[in-house]
Ligand binder design. Structure first.
Ligand SMILES: Nc1ncnc2c1ncn2[C@@H]1O[C@H](COP(=O)(O)OP(=O)(O)OP(=O)(O)O)[C@@H](O)[C@H]1O
Ligand SMILES: [Mg+2]
Length: 308
């Protein structure tokens, strides 16, 4: 991408006492993308976010927002950011609309049209006059999203936004996030320690562990990955014999399962292998392909350490 990044982190480190919490973290985020910030508890996600929104100063390194160094010009850098760090602050006994009006008073230049626009954007038009205490958790999250969008930020940061939402709620929230990223051409950074969530929501994922960026992953749509290496699961009988017949490199590079094996291979190579097994009178009960999940990649990158 040649356009200017919305956010640039250049070798950011943070030490508290003699402990290094963030270690030489560098990445760039662009408008229109939903980026996941994934890492186990204590990895440094919230600390990084606090530095990006200026709540904490890095020990070394630079953070640029729309090309502006936040240390040199905090005011103009920060105006590009909308953030929900932990739960959005809402007044339960006021309507959703009054909450937004109240918040808009604290920010410069938010018009009534803009309020209506964000309400529409997060799908709350029909409920906005009702009190927040009558809202579901998902609706509250969306009202928080509307609030963070009021001043038309270029960067929206959400720290563990789906905490407490059920799978349907997560899916719904994801759809709104995508919609917002496209409509407003805003860059969305979503932190989570849950792989499954990030995988559902984001175009790209930054994986952080012990304050270091240990991986980046473009999340692909299944159709795009036909020529990529895929995991192919074979259900065969007899298993031992079939495994003994596997040609190189699969003979050394497969995972046995109870009724077959899984091989990481190109889609194009599947027919030939099936043919070979059939020729040797192996019974094939199933051949199933699946794209490697982010979880599997994550476990590979982190050497088997789980995220939770
Ligand atoms: N003010 C502080 N003083 C000392 N240590 C801190 C401070 N803030 C954070 N830490 C430590 O820094 C590390 C990173 O914490 P951080 O809250 O950024 O992680 P996180 O990735 O957001 O984790 P979680 O998933 O639990 O929210 C942790 O080991 C934490 O104990
Ligand atoms: Mg955190």
């Amino acid at each position: 991408m040649s356009k200017q990044p919305v956010v640039q982190l250049e070798g950011i480190s943070k030490s508290i006492g003699n402990k290094t919490i963030i270690d030489q973290l560098s990445f760039e985020l662009y408008s229109g993308e939903v980026v996941g910030f994934l890492g186990p508890n204590g990895a440094g996600k919230t600390t990084t976010i606090r530095m990006i929104v200026g709540l904490m100063a890095p020990t070394s390194g630079r953070i640029l927002i729309q090309g502006v160094d936040i240390e040199q010009d905090f005011e103009s850098a920060i105006q590009h950011i909308g953030a929900i760090v932990e739960n959005p602050e809402l007044y339960k006994y006021m309507s959703g609309y009054k909450n937004l009006v109240h918040y808009a008073r604290m920010v410069e230049g938010v018009t009534e049209e803009r309020i209506n626009e964000v309400v529409e954007l997060v799908g709350l038009t029909n409920r906005i006059e009702q009190k927040v205490k009558t809202y579901s958790l998902g609706m509250r999250q969306r009202l928080g999203l509307a609030q963070a969008l009021l001043h038309q930020p270029r960067l929206l940061i959400l720290d563990e936004p789906t905490n407490g939402l059920d799978p349907a709620g997560i899916r719904e929230f994801r759809d709104y996030l995508r919609h917002v990223a496209e409509k407003e051409d805003v860059c969305v950074l979503v932190s989570s320690h849950l792989l499954s969530e990030i995988e559902l929501m984001c175009d790209r994922t930054l994986i952080i562990q012990s304050g270091k960026l240990i991986g980046q992953k473009q999340i692909q749509l299944e159709e795009e990955s036909k020529t990529e290496q895929q995991l192919v699961q074979f259900e065969v009988s007899p298993v031992e014999k079939a495994i003994g017949l596997l040609p190189s490199p699969y003979n050394t590079n497969h995972q046995p399962t109870t009724d077959g094996f899984v091989i990481e291979m190109e889609r194009d190579a599947i027919p030939k292998l099936v043919q070979k097994l059939v020729e040797k009178e192996i019974e094939i009960f199933g051949v199933e392909t699946r794209v490697k999940s982010l979880e599997e990649e994550f476990l590979e990158i982190t050497g088997g350490r789980s995220v939770d």
